[in-house]
Write a protein that binds this ligand. Structure first.
Ligand SMILES: [Zn+2]
Length: 387
């Protein structure tokens, strides 16, 4: 692995004004994950932008009613068969259309630039295209593929096969999800589990024949306590009942209640243990039943030795840019979970610094754009697959 003594690419090589005006256009096109038409409008635009930046593009039609997948590649040299650097990105956001005209207008306050999806992660996608443009000009050891998916915020169900297909030939995976807590990058992520549980009892008139009823809500309430007793912060286990729905009316003993459960698990063994416990939950009342479905949506991303080396090399480049790079583990999942689980050295959180992901306070720090784009570009130039 090469460790550059002087950087090939500096922040001065990047035009901040041009980058910001482009970012404005991307944020002005709202892209909620379920709206394939809206997402594809931005995919069209980004495809043109990537071509203009000298990249080759491939578009794959969306599946499961999501938008299209876009792959932007550095031009391939004749006869090179090297393993690639895979950059993972998404263009969808959690914000509904109208957020821009409502609670989260595009606006700058000091160094903060606010807007829906700007931090998670339109700025990161734009930084990746710019870094690839700069890296092509400077020359890279490895080909680079930028994979931009339309459904990350809802679990990447339509994209996972493509992510795993490209990861199989990848020497490294770099995820341009936003930076965390003052510019930290992400070196490990918990696995994410999702369960749906339907509790069934028996309906009855609340006034006339209450003893005939078996309340599904009452059984579900006990079940929530049993589930949340699995929480163990010291071991990094979180179990959250995020949604509950049940009953048909005030005066009816409820026959059905549904729970939606979110799990965060630090490693594969813990995931198997906790999922086993959930799947073996049984009602104590024979007139009550549980229907439990779900499982691990994203496998845990624990830091590997190769991941550690990749972090160290990135931190060395960052130091030359005046960035004291720190790594951290997070409970939030990303597409990096899929590549790490396949054994690809993965580094995440390489996008813009800022805060407020998934809220109406979402913003980037404009001052982070150039140094972090330069960091990514130098990383693309220096990675040579020998680690
Ligand atoms: Zn994201």
């Amino acid at each position: 692995m090469t460790s550059p003594t002087t950087l090939t690419i500096t922040p001065d090589d990047i035009d901040l004004g041009a980058l910001l005006s482009e970012l404005h256009r991307w944020v002005e096109m709202e892209t909620p994950s379920p709206d394939a038409v809206a997402v594809n409008r931005l995919v069209d635009h980004v495809e043109g932008y990537a071509k203009a930046a000298g990249l080759e593009t491939e578009r794959r039609a969306g599946t499961l009613s999501f938008g299209d997948i876009l792959i932007a590649r550095t031009p391939r040299l004749e006869g090179t068969n090297a393993r690639r650097i895979l950059i993972l990105a998404h263009l969808d956001t959690v914000h509904a259309t109208g957020t821009l005209a409502g609670p989260l207008p595009l606006r700058q306050e000091g160094d903060r630039l606010y807007g829906p999806g700007i931090y998670d992660m339109k700025a990161g996608v734009l930084m990746a295209v710019e870094a690839m443009r700069l890296a092509v000009r400077a020359g890279t050891h490895l080909p680079v593929d930028l994979l931009i998916v339309p459904d990350e915020e809802v679990g990447s169900k339509s994209s996972r096969p493509v992510i795993e297909e490209l990861a199989r030939d990848a020497a490294y995976a770099l995820v341009v999800e936003p930076a965390r807590d003052g510019g930290k990058i992400v070196t490990a992520r918990k696995g994410v589990g999702m369960f749906d549980i339907t509790v069934r009892g028996r309906a009855a008139h609340a006034g006339v024949r209450p003893l005939d009823g078996r309340s599904a809500i009452r059984a579900a309430a006990q079940l929530v306590l049993d589930l949340e007793a699995l929480n163990d912060p010291a071991r990094g286990i979180t179990v959250t009942t995020g949604m509950i729905q049940g009953g048909t009316g005030r005066n009816t003993v409820p026959a059905e209640c549904r729970l939606q459960l979110d799990l965060r698990l630090p490693d594969a063994a813990t995931a198997a243990e906790i999922i086993g416990k959930i799947e073996s939950l049984r009602p104590t009342d024979p007139d009550i039943s549980f229907e439990i479905s779900g499982g691990l949506n994203r496998p845990p991303f624990a830091q590997s030795a190769e991941g550690r080396k990749l972090f160290d090399q990135t931190a060395a480049i960052a130091a030359e840019l005046g960035i004291a790079l720190e790594g951290m583990a997070t409970g939030g999942g990303s597409d990096g979970n899929f590549t790490a689980a396949l054994g690809v050295a993965t580094l995440d959180g390489l996008g813009a610094d800022g805060a407020g992901a998934h809220t109406y306070e979402e913003h980037i720090l404009v001052g982070s754009l150039l140094p972090r784009t330069a960091l990514l570009a130098n990383l693309l130039v220096s990675l040579d697959g020998t680690s």
